[in-house]
Design a binder for this molecule. Structure first.
Ligand code: PLP
Length: 336
């Protein structure tokens, strides 16, 4: 494993969210796992995944990394930043997404840190672009390590099985009670899958994992995350039966997606405002929707202990040359 999460164990904060301002201080208690600062170079949930993914690439002798994602993907910028530090050439197949200043800045920083971008027109074209890059590399006898969408495969999820161990230690040390729910934004499912497998290994049996879907279709996401949880649980040595139980801990909540990936929702905007008052910074595409779900869960069941797993990086991005995006890169952003 490469050590990229150099600030772990990340703190657990207890926040009181004032949901009814000026009405006698009504509000909700939410616990927050501050993975937004898990690395000093970059934070958020891609860091723990990349510790395993980059170590594996290095062990296999790969000099180049190929990945895929939306144009402003956190996974792409994280891979570009950590890949550069560890001497990899990084290439990414990029798919158009709704424009936002945050997404555009991610791409600009990734490009400034050496990312080679391969733009395609739609998600349907991405697998072909990936396959052709990998085939071309094979012809040149080059070793390219492919990092899947969101860094979600068993290797990536191992990072979150370890994160569950970190949480178990913090609970044992009295940082918080055993949660009833861990609420996490769900894009490709690897974070929730790793947590579910790891929580099962640690014997934290009361904790369920709520993956808050941030794109459609929700049913496919549910299936994929449970499959990955099962495979990850097997990889960390759990029995077949315990691995099935680990997968069954995941509940996918599709009530907060709104129109789809990258589209702002009213509940998300409200959650962002409430969190900001407690010093928690959220993004519209992922964590706003997940935090809205965490608030709804806490509201529906005030006695339950809800842990929001913060998956966004809030580490300031390394300064960039601020070059304008080329027209080809501009075409990757559509009016929101
Ligand atoms: C990538 C990402 C997610 C989704 O994580 P998965 O493991 O793909 O489900 C959630 N939140 C943020 C901020 C992300 O960048």
């Amino acid at each position: 494993m490469l050590s990229l999460a150099d600030l772990a164990p990340t703190p657990i904060a207890r926040i009181f969210v004032a949901t009814h301002r000026g009405e006698g201080g009504a509000g909700l208690t939410i616990w927050v796992k501050r993975d937004d600062r898990v690395g000093s170079l970059y934070g958020g949930n891609k860091v723990r995944k990349l510790e395993h993914l980059l170590a594996d690439a290095k062990a296999r002798g790969a000099r180049r990394l190929l990945t895929v994602g939306a144009a402003g993907s956190h996974q792409v910028v994280a891979t570009a930043l950590f890949g550069e530090v560890h001497g990899f050439e990084v290439e990414a197949v990029l798919v158009p997404q709704p424009s936002s200043p945050h997404a555009r800045e991610n791409l600009r920083v990734a490009l400034d840190h050496g990312l080679r971008a391969v733009p395609v027109r739609a998600w349907a074209a991405a697998p072909f672009a990936v396959a052709s890059r990998l085939a071309a590399a094979r012809l040149r006898a080059e070793d390219v390590a492919f990092i899947p969408l969101g860094g979600s495969n068993v290797l990536g999820s191992l990072g979150f099985a370890s994160a569950a161990r970190e949480l178990a230690r913090q609970i044992a040390d009295g940082a918080m009670p055993e949660p009833d729910l861990v609420v996490v934004a769900m894009g490709s499912g690897g974070t929730a899958a790793g947590l579910a497998a790891g929580l099962a290994r640690e014997g934290l049996h009361r904790t369920r994992v709520v993956g808050v879907a941030i794109s459609h279709p929700v049913s496919a996401l549910s299936l994929a995350s449970r499959r990955l949880a099962f495979a990850t649980a097997r990889a960390i040595g759990l029995s077949r039966r315990a691995s099935l139980a680990a997968a069954a801990r995941i509940e996918v909540d599709g009530a907060f997606v709104g129109r789809g990936y990258g589209h702002v929702t009213a509940a998300g905007s409200r959650a962002t405002e409430l969190a900001a008052r407690e010093g928690i910074v959220l993004d519209p595409a992922y964590t706003a929707k997940a935090f809205a779900a965490a608030l709804a869960r806490a509201e529906a069941s005030p006695s339950s202990c809800v842990l929001f797993w913060h998956t966004l990086s809030t580490v300031p991005l390394p300064s960039t040359a601020r070059r304008a995006l080329t027209p080809a890169m501009e075409r990757l952003f559509r009016p929101a």
